[in-house]
Design a protein around this ligand. Structure first.
Ligand SMILES: NC(=O)c1ccc[n+]([C@@H]2O[C@H](COP(=O)([O-])OP(=O)(O)OC[C@H]3O[C@@H](n4cnc5c(N)ncnc54)[C@H](O)[C@@H]3O)[C@@H](O)[C@H]2O)c1
Ligand SMILES: CC(C)(O)[C@@H](O)C(=O)O
Ligand SMILES: [Mg+2]
Ligand SMILES: [Mg+2]
Length: 354
Protein backbone atom coordinates (compact mmCIF):
# COMPACT_ATOMS: atom_id res chain seq x y z
CA UNK A 1 0.00 0.00 0.00
CA UNK A 2 1.29 3.40 -0.85
CA UNK A 3 0.83 6.45 1.32
CA UNK A 4 0.20 9.46 -0.86
CA UNK A 5 -0.09 13.02 0.36
CA UNK A 6 -3.19 14.78 -0.96
CA UNK A 7 -3.04 18.52 -0.37
CA UNK A 8 -1.24 17.97 2.94
CA UNK A 9 -3.20 14.89 4.11
CA UNK A 10 -1.70 11.37 3.96
CA UNK A 11 -3.98 8.68 2.53
CA UNK A 12 -3.64 4.97 1.70
CA UNK A 13 -3.78 4.15 -1.99
CA UNK A 14 -3.29 0.89 -3.89
CA UNK A 15 -1.53 1.22 -7.22
CA UNK A 16 -1.41 -1.23 -10.10
CA UNK A 17 2.37 -1.25 -9.77
CA UNK A 18 2.29 -2.70 -6.29
CA UNK A 19 -0.70 -5.00 -6.95
CA UNK A 20 -0.39 -5.94 -10.64
CA UNK A 21 -3.03 -7.78 -12.62
CA UNK A 22 -1.09 -11.08 -12.66
CA UNK A 23 -1.11 -11.08 -8.86
CA UNK A 24 -4.88 -10.54 -8.81
CA UNK A 25 -5.36 -13.31 -11.39
CA UNK A 26 -3.28 -15.76 -9.34
CA UNK A 27 -5.02 -14.77 -6.12
CA UNK A 28 -8.56 -15.27 -7.47
CA UNK A 29 -7.84 -18.20 -9.81
CA UNK A 30 -10.08 -20.65 -7.91
CA UNK A 31 -12.95 -18.22 -7.41
CA UNK A 32 -16.11 -18.02 -9.49
CA UNK A 33 -17.24 -14.42 -9.60
CA UNK A 34 -21.02 -14.26 -10.01
CA UNK A 35 -22.01 -10.80 -11.19
CA UNK A 36 -25.65 -10.41 -10.19
CA UNK A 37 -27.41 -7.73 -12.23
CA UNK A 38 -26.47 -6.59 -15.71
CA UNK A 39 -27.56 -2.96 -15.77
CA UNK A 40 -24.82 -0.31 -15.98
CA UNK A 41 -22.09 -1.41 -13.52
CA UNK A 42 -22.70 -5.13 -14.19
CA UNK A 43 -21.54 -5.10 -17.83
CA UNK A 44 -18.63 -2.73 -17.16
CA UNK A 45 -17.21 -4.85 -14.35
CA UNK A 46 -18.09 -8.28 -15.76
CA UNK A 47 -16.62 -7.62 -19.21
CA UNK A 48 -13.43 -6.15 -17.75
CA UNK A 49 -13.09 -9.14 -15.40
CA UNK A 50 -13.70 -11.57 -18.27
CA UNK A 51 -11.17 -9.83 -20.53
CA UNK A 52 -8.71 -9.84 -17.62
CA UNK A 53 -8.93 -13.63 -17.45
CA UNK A 54 -11.10 -14.19 -14.34
CA UNK A 55 -13.85 -16.85 -14.03
CA UNK A 56 -17.03 -14.80 -14.35
CA UNK A 57 -20.67 -15.75 -14.63
CA UNK A 58 -23.74 -13.53 -14.83
CA UNK A 59 -27.01 -13.78 -12.90
CA UNK A 60 -29.82 -11.80 -14.43
CA UNK A 61 -33.62 -11.91 -14.70
CA UNK A 62 -34.66 -13.68 -17.86
CA UNK A 63 -37.01 -11.92 -20.32
CA UNK A 64 -35.46 -8.56 -19.48
CA UNK A 65 -33.58 -6.13 -21.74
CA UNK A 66 -30.48 -6.75 -19.58
CA UNK A 67 -30.67 -10.50 -20.30
CA UNK A 68 -30.70 -9.73 -24.04
CA UNK A 69 -27.79 -7.36 -23.59
CA UNK A 70 -25.84 -10.06 -21.76
CA UNK A 71 -26.42 -12.47 -24.67
CA UNK A 72 -25.26 -9.80 -27.12
CA UNK A 73 -22.13 -9.30 -25.03
CA UNK A 74 -21.23 -12.96 -25.50
CA UNK A 75 -22.41 -14.51 -22.23
CA UNK A 76 -23.81 -17.98 -22.96
CA UNK A 77 -27.02 -19.24 -21.38
CA UNK A 78 -26.32 -22.28 -19.18
CA UNK A 79 -22.54 -21.74 -19.34
CA UNK A 80 -21.86 -18.21 -18.18
CA UNK A 81 -25.38 -16.72 -18.02
CA UNK A 82 -27.88 -17.98 -15.45
CA UNK A 83 -30.89 -17.00 -13.43
CA UNK A 84 -30.00 -14.92 -10.39
CA UNK A 85 -30.58 -17.85 -8.07
CA UNK A 86 -28.41 -20.27 -10.06
CA UNK A 87 -25.56 -17.79 -10.46
CA UNK A 88 -25.64 -17.08 -6.73
CA UNK A 89 -25.42 -20.79 -6.03
CA UNK A 90 -22.50 -21.31 -8.42
CA UNK A 91 -20.53 -18.21 -7.43
CA UNK A 92 -17.95 -18.14 -4.65
CA UNK A 93 -17.84 -14.36 -4.88
CA UNK A 94 -21.29 -12.85 -5.22
CA UNK A 95 -21.01 -9.39 -6.76
CA UNK A 96 -24.28 -7.71 -5.92
CA UNK A 97 -24.72 -5.27 -8.79
CA UNK A 98 -28.48 -5.10 -8.77
CA UNK A 99 -30.00 -1.64 -8.47
CA UNK A 100 -29.95 -0.49 -4.85
CA UNK A 101 -33.72 -1.05 -4.59
CA UNK A 102 -33.44 -4.41 -6.43
CA UNK A 103 -30.88 -5.55 -3.85
CA UNK A 104 -33.57 -5.39 -1.17
CA UNK A 105 -36.04 -7.46 -3.19
CA UNK A 106 -33.43 -10.10 -4.01
CA UNK A 107 -31.71 -10.22 -0.62
CA UNK A 108 -33.55 -13.32 0.70
CA UNK A 109 -32.56 -15.17 -2.50
CA UNK A 110 -28.91 -14.16 -2.35
CA UNK A 111 -28.63 -14.70 1.39
CA UNK A 112 -29.59 -18.36 0.97
CA UNK A 113 -26.48 -18.92 -1.13
CA UNK A 114 -24.05 -17.04 1.10
CA UNK A 115 -22.60 -20.18 2.61
CA UNK A 116 -19.54 -20.03 4.91
CA UNK A 117 -16.36 -18.83 3.22
CA UNK A 118 -18.11 -17.09 0.33
CA UNK A 119 -17.64 -13.41 -0.38
CA UNK A 120 -20.32 -10.77 -0.73
CA UNK A 121 -19.18 -7.87 -2.88
CA UNK A 122 -20.88 -4.51 -3.42
CA UNK A 123 -20.09 -1.42 -5.46
CA UNK A 124 -21.87 0.87 -3.03
CA UNK A 125 -22.15 1.15 0.74
CA UNK A 126 -25.91 1.67 0.45
CA UNK A 127 -27.36 -1.75 1.36
CA UNK A 128 -25.10 -2.29 4.39
CA UNK A 129 -25.06 1.27 5.77
CA UNK A 130 -28.81 1.69 5.60
CA UNK A 131 -29.56 -1.88 6.71
CA UNK A 132 -32.26 -0.60 9.07
CA UNK A 133 -34.15 0.11 5.83
CA UNK A 134 -32.75 -2.58 3.52
CA UNK A 135 -32.57 -5.53 5.93
CA UNK A 136 -29.31 -6.53 4.24
CA UNK A 137 -27.55 -8.19 7.16
CA UNK A 138 -25.00 -10.71 5.92
CA UNK A 139 -24.24 -13.96 7.75
CA UNK A 140 -21.21 -13.63 10.07
CA UNK A 141 -19.13 -16.26 8.24
CA UNK A 142 -18.82 -14.50 4.86
CA UNK A 143 -16.44 -11.73 3.81
CA UNK A 144 -18.21 -8.49 2.92
CA UNK A 145 -16.26 -6.08 0.74
CA UNK A 146 -16.76 -3.13 -1.56
CA UNK A 147 -15.16 -1.77 -4.71
CA UNK A 148 -16.94 1.34 -5.92
CA UNK A 149 -15.78 2.71 -9.27
CA UNK A 150 -15.95 6.49 -9.16
CA UNK A 151 -17.79 6.93 -12.42
CA UNK A 152 -20.28 5.30 -14.73
CA UNK A 153 -19.96 1.63 -15.66
CA UNK A 154 -19.83 2.90 -19.24
CA UNK A 155 -16.68 4.91 -18.45
CA UNK A 156 -15.17 1.94 -16.57
CA UNK A 157 -15.46 -0.17 -19.71
CA UNK A 158 -14.38 2.58 -22.13
CA UNK A 159 -11.29 3.47 -20.15
CA UNK A 160 -10.37 -0.20 -19.86
CA UNK A 161 -10.65 -0.64 -23.63
CA UNK A 162 -8.44 2.42 -24.08
CA UNK A 163 -5.83 0.86 -21.79
CA UNK A 164 -6.58 3.12 -18.83
CA UNK A 165 -8.45 2.67 -15.59
CA UNK A 166 -11.13 4.44 -13.58
CA UNK A 167 -10.32 5.19 -9.94
CA UNK A 168 -12.33 3.26 -7.34
CA UNK A 169 -12.68 3.24 -3.60
CA UNK A 170 -12.46 -0.01 -1.64
CA UNK A 171 -13.55 -1.12 1.82
CA UNK A 172 -13.98 -4.13 4.06
CA UNK A 173 -17.13 -4.39 6.16
CA UNK A 174 -16.66 -7.91 7.48
CA UNK A 175 -13.54 -10.07 7.44
CA UNK A 176 -14.57 -13.65 8.16
CA UNK A 177 -11.66 -15.41 6.46
CA UNK A 178 -8.81 -13.04 7.20
CA UNK A 179 -8.55 -12.47 3.43
CA UNK A 180 -11.25 -9.89 2.85
CA UNK A 181 -8.86 -7.01 2.26
CA UNK A 182 -6.80 -8.82 -0.35
CA UNK A 183 -9.98 -10.02 -2.08
CA UNK A 184 -11.19 -6.40 -2.30
CA UNK A 185 -7.88 -5.24 -3.74
CA UNK A 186 -7.63 -8.10 -6.24
CA UNK A 187 -11.21 -7.54 -7.40
CA UNK A 188 -10.60 -3.80 -7.62
CA UNK A 189 -7.69 -4.42 -9.97
CA UNK A 190 -9.69 -7.08 -11.85
CA UNK A 191 -12.66 -4.82 -12.60
CA UNK A 192 -10.35 -2.27 -14.20
CA UNK A 193 -9.62 0.28 -11.50
CA UNK A 194 -6.74 2.68 -12.02
CA UNK A 195 -5.98 3.52 -8.40
CA UNK A 196 -7.81 2.16 -5.37
CA UNK A 197 -8.61 4.56 -2.52
CA UNK A 198 -9.32 3.34 1.00
CA UNK A 199 -12.74 4.09 2.53
CA UNK A 200 -15.45 2.41 4.61
CA UNK A 201 -19.03 1.58 3.63
CA UNK A 202 -20.55 4.59 5.38
CA UNK A 203 -18.15 7.18 4.04
CA UNK A 204 -18.49 5.73 0.54
CA UNK A 205 -22.26 5.98 0.50
CA UNK A 206 -22.46 9.40 2.17
CA UNK A 207 -19.96 10.95 -0.25
CA UNK A 208 -21.38 9.14 -3.28
CA UNK A 209 -25.00 10.15 -2.64
CA UNK A 210 -23.94 13.73 -1.93
CA UNK A 211 -21.74 13.91 -5.02
CA UNK A 212 -24.31 12.61 -7.47
CA UNK A 213 -27.14 14.71 -6.05
CA UNK A 214 -24.78 17.68 -5.88
CA UNK A 215 -22.08 18.89 -8.24
CA UNK A 216 -21.77 15.73 -10.36
CA UNK A 217 -25.38 15.51 -11.52
CA UNK A 218 -28.15 17.32 -9.61
CA UNK A 219 -26.47 20.69 -9.07
CA UNK A 220 -24.90 20.57 -12.53
CA UNK A 221 -28.26 19.99 -14.19
CA UNK A 222 -29.96 22.61 -12.01
CA UNK A 223 -27.43 25.41 -12.53
CA UNK A 224 -27.38 24.73 -16.26
CA UNK A 225 -31.17 25.04 -16.40
CA UNK A 226 -31.05 28.27 -14.40
CA UNK A 227 -28.42 30.00 -16.54
CA UNK A 228 -30.06 28.86 -19.78
CA UNK A 229 -33.38 30.25 -18.52
CA UNK A 230 -31.85 33.62 -17.65
CA UNK A 231 -30.14 33.95 -21.03
CA UNK A 232 -33.30 32.98 -22.91
CA UNK A 233 -35.49 35.33 -20.88
CA UNK A 234 -33.03 38.15 -21.60
CA UNK A 235 -33.48 37.64 -25.33
CA UNK A 236 -30.61 35.34 -26.32
CA UNK A 237 -31.19 32.67 -28.95
CA UNK A 238 -31.33 28.97 -27.95
CA UNK A 239 -27.97 28.23 -29.60
CA UNK A 240 -26.26 31.16 -27.91
CA UNK A 241 -27.71 30.26 -24.50
CA UNK A 242 -26.72 26.61 -24.97
CA UNK A 243 -23.21 27.31 -26.22
CA UNK A 244 -22.48 29.68 -23.31
CA UNK A 245 -23.89 27.23 -20.76
CA UNK A 246 -23.15 23.68 -21.87
CA UNK A 247 -21.19 23.27 -25.08
CA UNK A 248 -18.22 25.36 -24.02
CA UNK A 249 -18.33 23.75 -20.58
CA UNK A 250 -18.10 20.18 -21.86
CA UNK A 251 -16.03 20.70 -24.99
CA UNK A 252 -13.51 23.28 -23.84
CA UNK A 253 -13.32 24.29 -20.21
CA UNK A 254 -14.06 21.20 -18.04
CA UNK A 255 -11.52 19.08 -19.98
CA UNK A 256 -8.94 21.79 -19.15
CA UNK A 257 -9.89 21.57 -15.45
CA UNK A 258 -9.46 17.78 -15.67
CA UNK A 259 -6.05 18.12 -17.26
CA UNK A 260 -4.46 20.72 -15.01
CA UNK A 261 -6.84 22.16 -12.44
CA UNK A 262 -9.14 25.14 -12.07
CA UNK A 263 -6.41 27.78 -11.96
CA UNK A 264 -4.95 26.44 -15.20
CA UNK A 265 -8.31 26.61 -16.92
CA UNK A 266 -8.67 30.19 -15.62
CA UNK A 267 -5.16 31.02 -16.92
CA UNK A 268 -6.18 29.85 -20.37
CA UNK A 269 -9.08 32.26 -20.53
CA UNK A 270 -8.96 36.02 -20.88
CA UNK A 271 -8.11 38.18 -17.90
CA UNK A 272 -11.62 39.59 -18.30
CA UNK A 273 -13.08 36.11 -17.78
CA UNK A 274 -10.70 35.38 -14.91
CA UNK A 275 -11.57 38.62 -13.12
CA UNK A 276 -15.29 37.89 -13.37
CA UNK A 277 -14.98 34.22 -12.39
CA UNK A 278 -12.83 34.99 -9.35
CA UNK A 279 -15.27 37.73 -8.28
CA UNK A 280 -18.39 35.59 -8.70
CA UNK A 281 -17.26 32.15 -7.51
CA UNK A 282 -17.60 33.17 -3.87
CA UNK A 283 -21.19 34.26 -4.44
CA UNK A 284 -22.03 30.91 -5.97
CA UNK A 285 -20.24 29.06 -3.16
CA UNK A 286 -22.15 30.97 -0.48
CA UNK A 287 -25.48 30.56 -2.30
CA UNK A 288 -25.06 26.80 -2.62
CA UNK A 289 -23.47 25.98 0.77
CA UNK A 290 -26.82 25.86 2.62
CA UNK A 291 -28.31 23.61 -0.06
CA UNK A 292 -25.31 21.27 0.03
CA UNK A 293 -25.43 21.09 3.84
CA UNK A 294 -29.15 20.31 3.65
CA UNK A 295 -28.36 17.61 1.11
CA UNK A 296 -25.65 16.04 3.30
CA UNK A 297 -28.02 16.03 6.30
CA UNK A 298 -30.66 14.35 4.16
CA UNK A 299 -28.13 11.67 3.16
CA UNK A 300 -26.85 11.14 6.71
CA UNK A 301 -30.34 10.92 8.21
CA UNK A 302 -31.25 8.14 5.77
CA UNK A 303 -33.90 10.26 4.09
CA UNK A 304 -32.26 10.01 0.66
CA UNK A 305 -32.01 6.24 1.07
CA UNK A 306 -35.68 6.05 2.09
CA UNK A 307 -36.73 8.01 -0.98
CA UNK A 308 -34.57 5.90 -3.30
CA UNK A 309 -36.01 2.71 -1.86
CA UNK A 310 -39.58 3.94 -1.83
CA UNK A 311 -39.46 5.22 -5.43
CA UNK A 312 -37.30 2.35 -6.72
CA UNK A 313 -39.68 -0.24 -5.31
CA UNK A 314 -42.72 1.13 -7.16
CA UNK A 315 -43.67 -1.58 -9.68
CA UNK A 316 -43.72 0.73 -12.73
CA UNK A 317 -40.85 2.92 -11.56
CA UNK A 318 -38.75 2.41 -14.71
CA UNK A 319 -41.63 3.75 -16.84
CA UNK A 320 -42.15 6.70 -14.49
CA UNK A 321 -38.43 7.45 -14.61
CA UNK A 322 -38.54 7.37 -18.40
CA UNK A 323 -41.33 9.98 -18.39
CA UNK A 324 -39.13 12.30 -16.28
CA UNK A 325 -36.08 11.69 -18.46
CA UNK A 326 -38.15 12.34 -21.58
CA UNK A 327 -39.24 15.66 -20.14
CA UNK A 328 -35.58 16.64 -19.78
CA UNK A 329 -34.75 15.31 -23.26
CA UNK A 330 -37.68 17.16 -24.87
CA UNK A 331 -36.96 20.52 -23.20
CA UNK A 332 -35.82 23.36 -25.45
CA UNK A 333 -32.46 23.35 -23.67
CA UNK A 334 -31.62 19.72 -24.39
CA UNK A 335 -33.25 19.69 -27.83
CA UNK A 336 -30.91 22.56 -28.66
CA UNK A 337 -28.13 20.39 -27.25
CA UNK A 338 -29.09 17.53 -29.58
CA UNK A 339 -28.84 19.84 -32.58
CA UNK A 340 -25.52 21.30 -31.42
CA UNK A 341 -24.13 17.77 -30.96
CA UNK A 342 -25.28 16.86 -34.44
CA UNK A 343 -23.33 19.80 -35.83
CA UNK A 344 -20.27 18.38 -34.07
CA UNK A 345 -20.62 15.05 -35.82
CA UNK A 346 -21.34 16.73 -39.17
CA UNK A 347 -18.10 18.66 -38.72
CA UNK A 348 -16.21 15.42 -38.12
CA UNK A 349 -17.73 13.85 -41.24
CA UNK A 350 -16.80 16.91 -43.30
CA UNK A 351 -13.23 16.74 -41.97
CA UNK A 352 -13.00 13.02 -42.76
CA UNK A 353 -14.26 13.67 -46.31
CA UNK A 354 -11.78 16.50 -46.91
N1 LIG B 1 -24.47 2.94 -12.59
C1 LIG B 1 -23.19 3.10 -12.30
O1 LIG B 1 -22.37 3.38 -13.17
C2 LIG B 1 -22.68 2.88 -10.89
C3 LIG B 1 -21.43 3.42 -10.50
C4 LIG B 1 -20.91 3.08 -9.26
C5 LIG B 1 -21.64 2.27 -8.41
N2 LIG B 1 -22.87 1.81 -8.78
C6 LIG B 1 -23.59 0.90 -7.88
O2 LIG B 1 -23.60 -0.38 -8.52
C7 LIG B 1 -24.82 -1.07 -8.23
C8 LIG B 1 -25.55 -1.40 -9.51
O3 LIG B 1 -25.95 -0.19 -10.10
P1 LIG B 1 -26.47 -0.09 -11.62
O4 LIG B 1 -26.61 1.38 -11.90
O5 LIG B 1 -25.63 -0.91 -12.51
O6 LIG B 1 -27.91 -0.73 -11.46
P2 LIG B 1 -29.13 -0.73 -12.50
O7 LIG B 1 -30.14 0.25 -12.02
O8 LIG B 1 -28.60 -0.56 -13.87
O9 LIG B 1 -29.74 -2.19 -12.26
C9 LIG B 1 -28.93 -3.35 -12.31
C10 LIG B 1 -29.74 -4.58 -12.60
O10 LIG B 1 -30.64 -4.84 -11.54
C11 LIG B 1 -31.73 -5.52 -12.08
N3 LIG B 1 -32.85 -5.40 -11.13
C12 LIG B 1 -33.33 -4.26 -10.59
N4 LIG B 1 -34.37 -4.53 -9.76
C13 LIG B 1 -34.52 -5.88 -9.79
C14 LIG B 1 -35.42 -6.78 -9.16
N5 LIG B 1 -36.37 -6.36 -8.33
N6 LIG B 1 -35.29 -8.10 -9.43
C15 LIG B 1 -34.33 -8.55 -10.26
N7 LIG B 1 -33.45 -7.74 -10.88
C16 LIG B 1 -33.56 -6.44 -10.65
C17 LIG B 1 -31.97 -4.87 -13.42
O11 LIG B 1 -32.58 -5.77 -14.31
C18 LIG B 1 -30.55 -4.53 -13.88
O12 LIG B 1 -30.05 -5.51 -14.74
C19 LIG B 1 -25.60 -0.13 -7.29
O13 LIG B 1 -25.24 -0.44 -5.97
C20 LIG B 1 -25.06 1.25 -7.66
O14 LIG B 1 -25.22 2.21 -6.65
C21 LIG B 1 -23.40 2.10 -10.00
C1 LIG C 1 -21.78 7.15 -11.73
C2 LIG C 1 -22.05 7.61 -10.30
C3 LIG C 1 -22.96 8.82 -10.30
O1 LIG C 1 -20.81 8.00 -9.73
C4 LIG C 1 -22.59 6.46 -9.42
O2 LIG C 1 -22.43 6.81 -8.07
C5 LIG C 1 -24.01 6.04 -9.68
O3 LIG C 1 -24.77 5.93 -8.71
O4 LIG C 1 -24.35 5.76 -10.83
MG1 LIG D 1 -24.02 6.47 -6.83
MG1 LIG E 1 -20.60 7.53 -7.71
Amino acid sequence: MATINFGGVDETVITRDEYPLFKAQAYLKDEVIAVIGYGVQGPGQALNLRDNGFNVIIGQRQDSPSWEKALQDGWVEGETLFSIEEAAERGTIIANLLSDAGQIALWPTLKKHLTPGKTLYFSHGFGITFNDQTNIIPPADVDVILVAPKGSGTSLRRLYLQGGGLNSSYAVFQDATGEALEKAIALGIGVGSGYLFETDFKREVYSDLTGERGVLMGALAGIIEAQYQVLRQRGHSPSEAFNETVEELTQSLVPLVGENGMDWMFSNCSVTAQRGALDWKGRFREATLPVLNELYDSVASGQEAARTIQRGSTPNYRQELEVELKEVRDSELWQTGATVRQLRSLKKTAEADA
